[in-house]
Ligand binder design. Structure first.
Ligand SMILES: *Cc1c(COP(=O)(O)O)cnc(C)c1O
Length: 431
């Protein structure tokens, strides 16, 4: 399987190259050359297969023989080494809990897979790989834990001083070993700028093998399609299945569409967003108008120009009539999101996180029009990652997940740096 650039389709590269470079030289996203389809027999066997077998079978379709069966199976096994429970909330309303990994959010799945794929590549090319990550919070912690202790990989996380929550900082800046956090005296944009400049620096590129772990990497997307299968097979009689996906950069939803295209019987998707609703707007008006993002309580979805949107469109042949038949876009305000959290808590004693709550709302809206569907919404993070928002919404104290409580005693081990590129480069060369 080769990967082509969405900007210049004639530009094709191997899986390994697509992973290492992240984006094509022309700035385009990499897409698989063709979409593999699973056999009907495989789909009918889903309920008796292990999740490792399912994940391996899917990954095998996308990844060439540069990764052996044995290695790939092991990578899959380690990536999904936690539960993906489907929790029934109401008739035909299920929560797919994606927060049982080490950083309590679905981003663990992509980060763990990418880390292990890069480890394999580092071994093959006999060279240490340095992964640069600019973060405003969540990406840093998923990458730090995903790559922690992974041989042959060094991770450098850049974050804006004073603009990351104390809890988030502790999640990625206390690990040590192969994970180095650098606090930048500047903004998130400065951090991203430093990463960009590093990639363009001749000397750095000669001495270090640099790559990035941001969400446009195709190796983060592939494993995210696994859990649509895991959810589906947990339904006792899967029929008219619809997934509601709380979305920001639309990686998760794109992975769901991949699962459908591979043959998983899914009727439709809901693209559920907060007020950063450029995709729902596109689905209603045919006009895609990126804009600056607005801050909300579901802040991991505060995206004004979703990076995976071109991939999503490509999966629907850039055809509005086609995509709008399968994806329904709904957007919700913070007030509606808080109300949903309160309602679900009062009626079901289930605590939604603010992102999952947007997914729940999207699903309810869809079911209002299609009452025969069986609906699953993605619960993308553990509620205790957002204690202030959740406690004020449900008017109750919540218990903090033990892995977050543990962080209180850990020491921050960041280095500090200005936002000046030569300072940053010196630091990078020294360590
Ligand atoms: C990143 C994130 C999202 C959005 O996912 P996309 O794939 O970017 O659409 C939703 N919820 C949480 C908790 C996240 O961290």
């Amino acid at each position: 399987m080769k990967y082509y650039s969405l900007t210049t389709p004639s530009h094709k590269v191997s899986f390994q190259q697509a992973v290492v470079s992240g984006l094509a030289p022309d700035g385009g996203l990499y897409m698989p050359e063709h979409l593999p389809v699973l056999s009907k027999e495989f789909i009918s066997q889903l309920p008796v297969l292990s999740k490792e077998d399912i994940g391996f079978t899917i990954a095998r379709l996308f990844i060439d023989e540069s990764v052996s069966d044995k290695t790939l199976y092991e990578i899959v096994r380690e990536t999904i080494d936690f539960d993906f429970p489907l929790v029934a909330l109401e008739e035909n309303v299920y929560a797919l809990e994606l927060f049982h990994g080490p950083t309590l959010a679905f981003k663990d799945v992509g980060a763990r897979f990418l880390a292990r794929i890069l480890q394999h590549i580092a071994k093959t090319i006999h060279q240490e790989i340095t992964v640069l990550v600019a973060t405003s919070g969540d990406t840093g912690s998923a990458a730090a834990h995903g790559f922690y202790n992974v041989e042959g990989i060094r991770v450098v996380i850049l974050y804006p001083s004073g603009m990351v929550s104390a809890l988030q900082e502790k999640q990625f800046a206390t690990l040590g070993k192969n994970i180095q956090a650098i606090k930048i005296a500047g903004t998130f944009d400065d951090c991203q700028q430093l990463v960009k400049q590093a990639f363009q620096d001749e000397e750095l590129r000669k001495t270090k093998f640099l790559t990035s772990a941001n969400s446009i990497n195709i190796a983060r997307l592939i494993p995210q399609s696994f859990y649509y299968f895991f959810a589906w097979l947990q339904l006792s009689t899967p029929k008219h299945v619809v997934f509601s996906v709380p979305s920001g950069n639309f990686g998760n939803l794109t992975a769901g569409v991949l699962a459908k295209k591979m043959g998983l019987p899914i009727d439709a998707f809901v693209a559920a967003t907060n007020v950063n609703d450029v995709v729902p707007e596109y689905l209603h008006t045919k006009v895609f108008k990126p804009r600056a993002s607005t801050q909300t309580i579901s802040n991991a979805m505060d995206v004004g120009n979703p990076s995976n949107f071109p991939r999503l469109l490509a999966l629907y042949d850039n055809d509005w009539d086609y995509i709008s038949k399968e994806i329904y876009g709904y957007a919700f305000t913070d007030a509606e999101t808080r109300m949903a959290m309160l309602d679900v808590f009062n009626q079901k004693k289930y605590v939604l996180d603010p992102h999952g709550a947007v997914g729940y709302l999207g699903l309810k809206k869809y079911l209002g029009r299609n009452p025969d569907a069986q609906g699953i919404f993605l619960e993308t993070a553990h509620p205790s990652k957002f204690p202030d928002v959740v406690e004020s919404a449900i008017q109750q104290p919540i218990s903090i997940h033990p892995s977050l409580a543990e962080l209180a005693n850990k020491q921050i081990q960041s280095l500090s740096c200005t936002s000046n590129f030569s300072d940053f480069k010196n630091l990078l060369m020294k360590h």
